[in-house]
Write a protein that binds this ligand. Structure first.
Ligand SMILES: Nc1nc2c(c(=O)[nH]1)N[C@H]1C(S)=C(S)[C@@H](COP(=O)(O)OP(=O)(O)OC[C@H]3O[C@@H](n4cnc5c(N)ncnc54)[C@H](O)[C@@H]3O)O[C@H]1N2
Ligand code: MOO
Length: 410
């Protein structure tokens, strides 16, 4: 039995289908579980930061008018009235002619409007000599200066990184509304495959695709499970149907065309998935299939390493990004001139592994096609895919074309 040969859609048609996927449901998670997730709504600060007017320096809380005339040759002597430390509860006020010792983070005492840094003061037993002026507000971090309670500190659709978590903690936010992160299963299929790390016998192939796809997902902080399956229709069906029930996203590698042992799509059909497309006019990667089984998203990627990786980068990863809640599922898209002429078949979008960079410090970005490298080495070295668009057969050296950078931002 051959899989049914459906109409080949274009890259842009496939992108439209992928781009329309809804995100996973929203959930409320504590900060400890929020790293790498995407906010599902605006986040409001629960507290001011700082909560009080505080000192930015170790020094002396003063009245700016008292020290207005102070200088190295014209010191002003103030009576020391006490000491304030960060988190302390000293209530001493700064009256005219007095100063209070204050540590960084300490609450500015009543009456004071500036802090004279210790470098510009000389303390005696009961007095301090101010040797510089300190205008109103000098070295004072006003209440709410970093974060104002009630203000929006993070917009919806932001991927939470290290700095965001610190911001949320400082703002007294203990939990955030985010799109649930998907659980993902990657399955490599093929009786010729051996698990990476095992000896590779004659005719055998290490399931390197599974490793690359897993690493791509892990680099986004997504947890991934993997499995390696032989070409056995019943077994494929059994494992696929259990994965469809237990994971939000299922990615398979291999067995998507019409070969005698290309069983992946037949097993998927048996599982009752709803196929959205199969075969896209992209090279490499044409054999990709996308399907839904309930809410589980499925991408069946081709087995050959270039096809597998291009199909993953250009369509499966954007689908995963949509599930994560990304507004922009296709990031890293720029235009740049190519350093060598590249070509592709008419009516197809061809992708060529490339390296985008500047030739020297003064020049602007160019994309260098890695066409002379063996396939897997080109994938390893590349930082982008260079596109020969559907309507062109060639992009001549020096001409601009679309370049898809790998180090995408969110
Ligand atoms: N009649 C045609 N045959 C093939 C065509 C074609 O256009 N017409 N395209 C070839 C290309 S290119 C690719 S890519 C494959 C895609 O189809 P499949 O997904 O069915 O590929 P497989 O037969 O399963 O595998 C192809 C190749 O890749 C190796 N492989 C498989 N899985 C992995 C893995 N996880 N890691 C590393 N390598 C893997 C496998 O051993 C085969 O050598 O179709 C071609 N045929
Ligand atoms: O498109 Mo395939 O990855 O073998 O070259």
């Amino acid at each position: 039995m051959k899989t049914h040969r459906t109409h080949l859609i274009s890259f842009s048609e496939a992108r439209a289908i992928v781009g329309a996927l809804p995100p996973l449901p929203v959930e409320h998670v504590p900060l400890s579980g929020a790293l790498g997730t995407i906010t599902a709504g605006p986040v409001l600060a629960a507290a001011n930061c700082p909560t009080i007017d505080s000192s930015l320096k170790d020094g002396y809380a003063v009245r700016s008018t008292d020290v207005a005339g102070a200088g190295r040759t014209t010191p002003v002597t103030l009576q020391l009235a006490g000491t304030v430390v960060a988190g302390g509860s000293d209530q001493t006020a700064v009256l005219p002619g007095t100063a209070v010792r204050i540590m960084t983070g300490g609450t500015l005492p009543a009456g004071a409007d500036a802090v004279l840094a210790s470098e510009f003061a000389e303390e005696r037993t009961t007095t301090v000599q101010a040797r510089a002026d300190a205008h109103c507000g000098r070295n004072v971090l006003r209440r709410g200066a970093d974060i104002t309670a009630g203000a929006i500190i993070i917009e919806p659709g932001v991927r939470l990184g290290a700095g965001h978590l610190g911001l949320l903690a400082a703002a007294g936010v203990t939990a955030v509304q985010i799109y649930r992160r998907p659980s993902i299963m990657v399955i490599a299929t093929g009786s010729e495959l051996v698990a990476p790390g095992e000896p590779i016998g004659p005719g055998q192939v290490a399931a390197s695709n599974m490793i690359t796809v897993e690493a791509e997902l892990k680099s986004l902080g997504l947890p991934v499970d993997t499995a390696l399956l032989r070409d056995n229709l019943d077994n494929l069906e059994e494992v696929f149907s259990s994965a469809l029930q237990n994971y939000d996203i299922l990615l398979t590698c291999g067995g998507v065309l019409d070969g005698d042992k290309d069983l992946t799509l037949r097993a998927m059909q048996r599982c009752g998935v709803r196929q959205l497309f199969h075969r896209v006019r992209i090279g490499p990667g044409k054999g990709i299939s996308m399907a839904l089984a309930g809410d589980t998203l499925v991408f069946n990627l081709p087995g050959g390493p270039p096809s597998n990786h291009v199909a993953f980068r250009q369509l499966a990863l954007p689908g995963i990004r949509r599930r994560l809640g990304c507004d922009n599922p296709f990031p890293g898209r720029i235009t740049a001139p190519v350093t060598e002429t590249i070509s592709g078949p008419a009516g197809w979008t061809q992708f060529i592994y490339g390296y985008a960079g500047c030739l020297d410090a003064k020049s602007s970005l160019v994309a260098r096609p890695l066409t002379t490298r063996p396939r897997l080495q080109a994938i390893a070295e590349a930082n982008c895919l260079i596109e020969v668009p559907e309507q062109l057969c060639e992009v001549h050296a020096g001409n601009h074309t679309t370049v898809w950078l790998f180090n995408e931002t969110f």
